[in-house]
Design a protein around this ligand. Structure first.
Ligand SMILES: Nc1nc2c(c(=O)[nH]1)N[C@H]1C(S)=C(S)[C@@H](COP(=O)(O)O)O[C@H]1N2
Ligand SMILES: [Mo]
Length: 396
């Protein structure tokens, strides 16, 4: 069955029927999300900076997310970078500081390609915000995508520069300029040096120049970004200008103050909290969308979505289960064949919808035994929301 994985609606119909899905409700705040107006539209949170996510049914049409369905999360306008003049600086605790042109990045190092899921730490903040109000982009469940990232291993570049034995953290500085009340800042992040090389068979961080076989687009960081498999999107720095080798973490605002799990705005709490690095297990129902009218008389209902394992080497999604009775009983789903750590798995099933059902619930179970939680603790900035996803439907 899974060999002929076909995620289109047509493929599913061929595989055996689909329940009546009589239109998508719009703007139903009470049901959890505003359904997109039309399949093919973006859910555009802001134009400048560009913050957008795809409608959920389109997101799970393929294991590899096409660039035109891949969410964009930027804190400022895209910087304009002349590819001919571009140089990546590699400095800090190195024997040989480097200044690498795009030609050198493409010609002087082995080229690699890795598939990895990128997800914003704020994915699902909209739901999280219903627990208690949270500021920040109200992402629905589409700030996630799985792509083929091409480029060079960060570890190869560090070896060429001769990183010294005191090196502990690698800083990434972006070339964008972000206006904050405190003044203009750059986007930046850092990762522990251990994360630069391959990790128990999973790829380490890469200095990336292509996405799904094409040069990076401006929105995704042209000409160069980092991609750090298993880590939240914020550590995959776009428009990369500098790699700095240090004995301590990056002092950048986005490493030290933002992207932390906090209960309050107390600066001491923030200073003491660690930077979020890996993403947790998650699963989301993408079809049907919240507020869809479904008819129990319409036959089995197609339910489909994505499931992300915790971002740890060797850990994959083992099972995804769906409930039509609020989580009392669980039904198995069919998983996409591709199963890699640091990457999502798609899933789908057809369920009989009991008359008068209020909705559907999904939960994922990973190979290390992690079960997606029923609820999660609220945090000030609304990060890492991964409670079992519920979709309210209207019986038709
Ligand atoms: N330079 C720079 N890098 C950045 C950002 C940014 O605003 N500036 N946003 C980060 C965040 S929060 C996320 S989730 C990812 C989003 O990557 P994408 O827009 O390619 O999907 O980029 C990260 N890298
Ligand atoms: Mo993000």
């Amino acid at each position: 069955m899974t060999r002929n994985w076909e995620f289109s609606r047509r493929g599913f119909i061929a595989a055996g029927g689909v329940a009546t899905l009589t239109g998508l409700a719009r703007g139903q705040e009470g049901v959890g999300r505003t359904a997109p107006a039309e399949v093919g539209d973006w859910i555009q949170h802001s134009e400048m900076p560009n913050n957008r996510e795809p409608p959920l049914p389109r997101l799970v049409e393929s294991w590899i997310t096409p660039v035109d369905r891949f969410y964009v999360r930027s804190h400022a306008a895209n910087p304009e970078i002349d590819p001919a003049a571009y140089r990546l600086q590699v400095d800090g605790l190195v024997d040989r500081p480097l200044s690498l042109s795009l030609e050198q990045l493409r010609g002087d190092f082995p080229q690699v390609e890795v598939v990895a899921t990128l997800t914003c730490a704020g994915n699902r903040r909209y739901e999280h915000s219903r627990v208690r109000k949270i500021d920040g982009v109200p992402w629905r469940e589409g700030a996630v995508g799985n792509a083929r990232w091409g480029g060079v291993r960060l570890s190869d570049v560090l070896a060429a520069a001769g990183a010294r034995s005191e090196a502990r953290h690698i800083w990434f500085d972006g070339l964008d300029r972000i206006q904050r009340s405190s003044g203009e800042v750059q986007f930046g992040a850092s990762i522990p040096i251990g994360k630069t090389g391959d990790e128990a068979g999973s790829p380490g961080a890469i200095i990336c120049t292509s996405m799904n076989g094409q040069p990076l687009t401006a929105d995704h960081g042209f000409p160069v970004r980092t991609v750090v498999p298993g880590y939240i999107g914020a550590r995959s720095v776009k428009w990369l200008g500098r790699v700095h080798v240090s004995d301590h973490e990056s002092p950048n605002h986005y490493q030290q103050n933002d992207y932390k799990l906090l209960g309050s705005a107390d600066p001491l709490e923030s200073a003491e909290a660690p930077a979020i690095l890996r993403f947790p297990i998650n699963a989301v129902i993408c079809v049907p969308t919240a507020g869809a009218t479904i008819s129990a008389a319409g036959g089995p209902l197609r339910v489909a979505g994505y499931a992300l394992p915790p971002g740890r080497p060797g850990v994959v999604i083992d099972r995804v289960e769906v409930s039509t009775d609020g989580g009392n009983t669980w039904l198995p789903t069919r998983l996409s064949e591709q199963s890699q750590s640091m990457c999502w798995r798609l899933w789908q099933t057809a369920v009989e919808v009991p008359a008068g059902t209020a909705g559907l619930v999904v939960r994922a179970i990973a190979s290390d035994g992690t079960v997606q939680p029923t609820a999660v603790d609220w945090n000030l900035k609304g990060y890492l929301y991964n409670a079992q996803h519920r979709v309210a439907v209207v019986p038709g």
